[in-house]
Each structure stands twice: as structure tokens, then as C-alpha cells.
Design a protein around this ligand. Structure first.
Ligand SMILES: *[C@@H]1O[C@H](CO)[C@@H](O)[C@H](O)[C@H]1NC(C)=O
Ligand SMILES: *[C@@H]1O[C@H](CO)[C@@H](O)[C@H](O)[C@H]1NC(C)=O
Ligand SMILES: *[C@@H]1O[C@H](CO)[C@@H](O)[C@H](O)[C@H]1NC(C)=O
Ligand SMILES: *[C@@H]1O[C@H](CO)[C@@H](O)[C@H](O)[C@H]1NC(C)=O
Ligand SMILES: *[C@@H]1O[C@H](CO)[C@@H](O)[C@H](O)[C@H]1NC(C)=O
Ligand SMILES: *[C@@H]1O[C@H](CO)[C@@H](O)[C@H](O)[C@H]1NC(C)=O
Ligand SMILES: *[C@@H]1O[C@H](CO)[C@@H](O)[C@H](O)[C@H]1NC(C)=O
Ligand SMILES: *[C@@H]1O[C@H](CO)[C@@H](O)[C@H](O)[C@H]1NC(C)=O
Length: 373
């Protein structure tokens, strides 16, 4: 459904006051397929605004930037099992992320997290009435591979828990959990942000309570087949050959970050279809909310196994984009170029305005809202 595709994008777009401030600080020039960024502000951020510094890191869209190589190269995939015994591998403020994926595994793009540290570490993503949701993104990209997130979802109408992959040109693979349905999960995928007339989404049901029980949700993304699994059992399979429309492969095929989030879909600023899909308006007087002071989703581990389609050279540090093929899919190659741009330094000029978020943020918010509408 339209709402599903919109949903993942909404969290990104309405993200962080920080984004709003930077937008304003750098002039707020927008970018898209027909209007690329100028050389003075070469990078098109995931929010669709031109800039430099952090605009050139995670989410920077090479096809909408000044040149294909304006965005920083994307940190290459690394197989690992991520747990959360503490928060040391998460950069808590993206302002200070300079592109070094050796130093951090995740960026906290917005919101708050806490480590409940039961049974050796369990990460809670928090949603409050004022924080607009929480999103973590992996610093590294995955270009095919198997990702399993062991998580517990929210259980409140209007509150959505999500585990997705998202590429910089908006190829997307989803697990989404509207909080009113704690025996169901929803799968979906998108190619280059395109919203199909007929949804690619499905609902998988009959799970034991996803709030009280950990389940393993897997996205097994291979060049020829995309498989969704729960607790090791296949629940959906898509062949790449079945995702061809008018001769164009609309199969997710570009390096993607892994994103974990909890976000408010049941709020008045969302379209009614989204509110309904998510289980209605959020009840901020829910006893769970009043007891804990927040809604939450819990992440126990994220297991990443890379399956790059070509052999990784020993000196590979990153992925870079090349030109579109005849079927509108850019080529992707390994490179040994650095992923670090020292965004902290390049941000220093705009630091002063960050405090003004409440002022400029509101303007950016409505601008973003208008763009989305
Ligand atoms: C692309 O951006 C330009 C400049 O902001 C705008 O005029 C144009 O309508 C946009 N095109 C699309 C397809 O959104
Ligand atoms: C991130 O750091 C900047 C610069 O110090 C600060 O102004 C901003 O409030 C911080 N953001 C968050 C969400 O803490
Ligand atoms: C990235 O961080 C690691 C660990 O702190 C450090 O050894 C390395 O030099 C950094 N890389 C760059 C390019 O700054
Ligand atoms: C969390 O628990 C693990 C294992 O019990 C322990 O090693 C670690 O130090 C704890 N972390 C914090 C932040 O308390
Ligand atoms: C749950 O199981 C029943 C009985 O097997 C089946 O009819 C139904 O379609 C399942 N629901 C979902 C959402 O998978
Ligand atoms: C991690 O995922 C890989 C690939 O699915 C699997 O082979 C491996 O057993 C998993 N490791 C753990 C500890 O679950
Ligand atoms: C590549 O293809 C995409 C998808 O059709 C299109 O939006 C983009 O403008 C193309 N870019 C170039 C540089 O041809
Ligand atoms: C990066 O790759 C280029 C071309 O393959 C090679 O000439 C160069 O030595 C490599 N640099 C490093 C630091 O490995």
C-alpha cells in the first residue's frame, strides 16, 4: 500500500532537528532527478537538500548530487554479529560522525536509545510524544547478504517498529510491525523509491506475540532471490526475474544501510491511511507509556553476513557508484578510497545555528511536509 512505502520515508524526512538546521544553514537548495546539486553544495542528502560535509555521508544520493563521485564512498560490508553490551559502538550524535565505520557500527540518526542490559545487553529504541521516533542506521553498507535482527516490537496502536535496508538511491527492503498487530509482520520492497501502483507488501501472520517474544527476522538478499524468514523459516520469496517491469529490473540492487526504528504513524500530521494502517491514533495515556515514560522496541542482536556478488579485493574499503546502465540501474564497484571526510570539521561553520533548531526546524518541517505531500 502507498502508506507502507510512505512510512519508511517519513521517518527519514522528518528526521532530526539537526537536518533542519543544516538545511537552513546551507541555503536549503533541493535536489532531485532533474535538478542536481551545484558544485558549491555538491551532495544531495537523503532528505533531498544540497550541501557538503555530513550531506555527503550516509544517505547521500549520488544520482542527484553534482557528480556521481560527489558523495563519499560507502563503507564496505563486514560480516559481524552486533550485540549491545554497551553503547560504545553507536555514535550518539551524527554531527560528530565523519564517515569512519571502523570507529562506529551505528549512527543514532534521531531519538533516544537506552541499554537495558538484561541478559548481557538489549537495546531499547524509544518513542516519546516529543521525540518523533528513533532511528539507528548502520555505518557500513551491505551489497547483498543475509541480515537477521532479533527483536521485540512495540504493542501499541499507531506505533510502528521497523527493520529495513535502505540504499542511497532508495532501494529498500522492509520488515515492518504496526503495533496494533502483535501476531503479524509485514514485508515489502522498493526500487529507487518508486511507488508501484500495486503494492509489493505482504502480511505474515500467526506469530507468537512479537512484543513479549524475541523472534529472528531475516532479510536474505541475494542477487537472484530475496527471501524473508522468521525464526529460520521462509515466509516469502521473490525472484529477481519476477521483479522486471517493462524490461527494467526493479529489484533492489544497490548497497544499503541497515536501519532499525520505532516511529509514530498514529499522529494527526500523518495521512489518514497511514494512521489506519498503523492501528489508529497513539494513546499517550497508555499505562505502558505512563509507567516507562516512553514506548519502545528492543533489539538483542543483528547478524550480518555479506554476500557481495563479486570477490572483494583485499584493499577494498568502500563501494562507489558508476553510470546508469541502459536499464537505469547504476553500476556499483569496490574501491579503496577512504570513506572519511572529517564531516565534523566541515560542519564547524554551521555549528552556531544548530541551537536554533526550534526556530528553523519548524520551517524545515513544513517545507519537508510540502515536498512529501
Ligand atoms: C526538482 O527540483 C526542482 C527545483 O527545486 C523543481 O522545480 C522540480 O519540480 C523538481 N522535480 C521533481 C520531479 O520533483
Ligand atoms: C549534536 O551536537 C551538536 C553540536 O554539539 C548539538 O548542537 C546538538 O544539539 C546535538 N544533537 C543532539 C541530538 O544531541
Ligand atoms: C578510523 O578509525 C580507526 C580506529 O579509531 C583509526 O585507526 C583509523 O585511522 C581511522 N581512519 C581514518 C581514515 O581516519
Ligand atoms: C552489560 O552486561 C554485560 C554482561 O553482563 C557486561 O559485561 C557489561 O559491562 C554491561 N554493560 C553495562 C553498560 O553495564
Ligand atoms: C494464520 O493461519 C490460518 C490457518 O492456517 C490461515 O488461514 C491464515 O491465513 C494465517 N494468517 C496469516 C496472516 O498468515
Ligand atoms: C548469522 O547468520 C549466518 C547467515 O545466516 C548464519 O550462518 C549464522 O549461523 C548466524 N550466526 C548466529 C550466531 O546466529
Ligand atoms: C539513472 O536512472 C535513474 C532511474 O531511472 C534516474 O532517476 C537518474 O536520473 C538516472 N541518472 C543518470 C545520471 O542517468
Ligand atoms: C588503490 O587502488 C589503486 C588502483 O587499483 C592502486 O593503484 C592503489 O595503490 C591502491 N591504494 C591503496 C592505498 O591500496
Amino acid at each position: 500500500m502507498f502508506t507502507l512505502s510512505r512510512s519508511s520515508r517519513v521517518l527519514g524526512l522528518l528526521s532530526l532537528g539537526l537536518a533542519g538546521s543544516l538545511v537552513s544553514a546551507q541555503g536549503g537548495q533541493t535536489c532531485n532527478a532533474t535538478t542536481l546539486c551545484p558544485s558549491s553544495a555538491p551532495c544531495c542528502s537523503e532528505y533531498g537538500f544540497c550541501g557538503s560535509g555530513s550531506f555527503c555521508l550516509g544517505g547521500c544520493n549520488p544520482l542527484y548530487s553534482n557528480a556521481l563521485d560527489s558523495c563519499m564512498p560507502e563503507p564496505v560490508c563486514e560480516s559481524a554479529i552486533h550485540t549491545f553490551p554497551d553503547l560504545s559502538r553507536i555514535i550518539m550524535n551524527t554531527t560528530y560522525y565523519g564517515g569512519n565505520a571502523t570507529e562506529h557500527d551505528w549512527t543514532l540518526d534521531k531519538g533516544q536509545i537506552i541499554n537495558t542490559n538484561t541478559s548481557g545487553g538489549e537495546l531499547a529504541l524509544l518513542l516519546t510524544e516529543t521525540n518523533g521516533g528513533t532511528r539507528l542506521s548502520s555505518t557500513r553498507y551491505i551489497h547483498y547478504g543475509t541480515i537477521t535482527a532479533r527483536l521485540k516490537t512495540g504493542r501499541w496502536g499507531g506505533v510502528v517498529t521497523a527493520f529495513i535496508t535502505m540504499s542511497d538511491i532508495k532501494d529498500e527492503i522492509d520488515w515492518e510491525f504496526p503495533g496494533s498487530q502483535i501476531t503479524e509482520g509485514q514485508t515489502n520492497y522498493f526500487w529507487q523509491g518508486d511507488i508501484p501502483a500495486q503494492t509489493h507488501g505482504t502480511t505474515v501472520g500467526n506469530l507468537t506475540d512479537t512484543f513479549s517474544n524475541y523472534h529472528d527476522y531475516t532479510i536474505d538478499w541475494q542477487p537472484d532471490t530475496l527471501t524473508w524468514l522468521i525464526d529460520g523459516n521462509i515466509v516469502r520469496q521473490l525472484k529477481a526475474s519476477d521483479a522486471v517491469t517493462n524490461g527494467v529490473s526493479q529489484y533492489p540492487n544497490t548497497p544499503s544501510r541497515i536501519q532499525l526504528s520505532i516511529w509514530p504513524a498514529g499522529i494527526s500530521s500523518e495521512p489518514s491511511g497511514t494512521v489506519e494502517w498503523s492501528g489508529g491514533m497513539i494513546n499517550w495515556q497508555d499505562p505502558d507509556y505512563e509507567t516507562a515514560g516512553h514506548f519502545y522496541a528492543l533489539i538483542q542482536s543483528v547478524n550480518i553476513t555479506c554476500s557481495d556478488p563479486t570477490t572483494e579485493p583485499s584493499d577494498a574499503t568502500s563501494y562507489v557508484y558508476g553510470k546508469n546502465s541502459s536499464t537505469f540501474t547504476p553500476s556499483v564497484a569496490f574501491s579503496n578510497l577512504t570513506t572519511v571526510n572529517g564531516a565534523v570539521g566541515s560542519l564547524s561553520g554551521v555549528k552556531g545555528v544548530l541551537g536554533l533548531w526550534t526556530v528553523v526546524g519548524a520551517a524545515a518541517f513544513s517545507l519537508l511536509g510540502a515536498l512529501l505531500a
